[in-house]
Design a protein. Structure first.
Ligand code: SF4
Length: 182
């Protein structure tokens, strides 16, 4: 990935919504072990918790500003028109929602709908909590996602990282905490 013209994926969008600095550090190739463990745990939950009928799905698209977008969706139930994203906890649930909305947007940008012409919907699965949360995409989300992608492109070109969060509520769960606060 070149940082000046990044290919933007769902996880990066989720990071940006949580903390632009976290997105910038990730684009610079910093990928901490704790983060890798969280993703690996997500995959493990994903592989052992759900039906084999659901498929992993990869999808590309181009944003209105020309940015390349990429999505790797945990599980897709094509028959029911639902994209699933598996998470272990709800501490960053707003970030999870944006990640899943991003994948719905990729389908929208490609003109992909269900067999009946209705749009796909999303569902965040929290198997450890035995909870699910529905996610949909509306016109405001589409505008917000386009703005977010442009903003990520803009910070990608910065030589220095965006400032640290002033409220550290997410920092205790972030793999970059020691890097940011020593
Ligand atoms: S520790 Fe806090 S400020 Fe630093 S990248 Fe993570 S969330 Fe952002």
């Amino acid at each position: 990935m070149t940082t000046l013209n990044p290919r933007i994926g769902g996880m990066l969008v989720g990071y940006y919504r949580l903390c632009p600095r976290k997105a910038w550090l990730s684009m610079r190739g910093l990928w901490m072990e704790q983060e890798s463990d969280a993703v690996a745990l997500g995959r493990l939950l994903d592989d052992h918790s759900y039906s084999r009928d659901e498929k992993h799905l990869s999808i590309d698209a181009e944003a209105p500003d020309g940015t390349e977008l990429v999505g790797k969706i945990d599980r897709t139930n094509l028959k029911n028109g639902v994209l699933h994203e598996t998470k272990k906890g709800r501490a960053c649930e707003d970030s999870h929602r944006w990640q899943l909305r991003f994948y719905l947007w990729l389908l929208y940008l490609n003109g992909v709908t269900r067999f009946n012409g209705q749009p796909f919907t999303g569902q965040i699965d929290y198997p450890l909590l035995r909870r699910t949360e529905p996610v949909t995409l509306d016109a405001e989300h589409i505008t917000e996602l386009a703005t977010t992608v442009s903003a990520i492109r803009s910070i990608a070109a910065q030589e220095t990282p965006p400032p640290r969060l002033t409220k550290r509520v997410f920092c205790t769960k972030c793999a970059f905490e020691e890097l940011c606060y020593g």
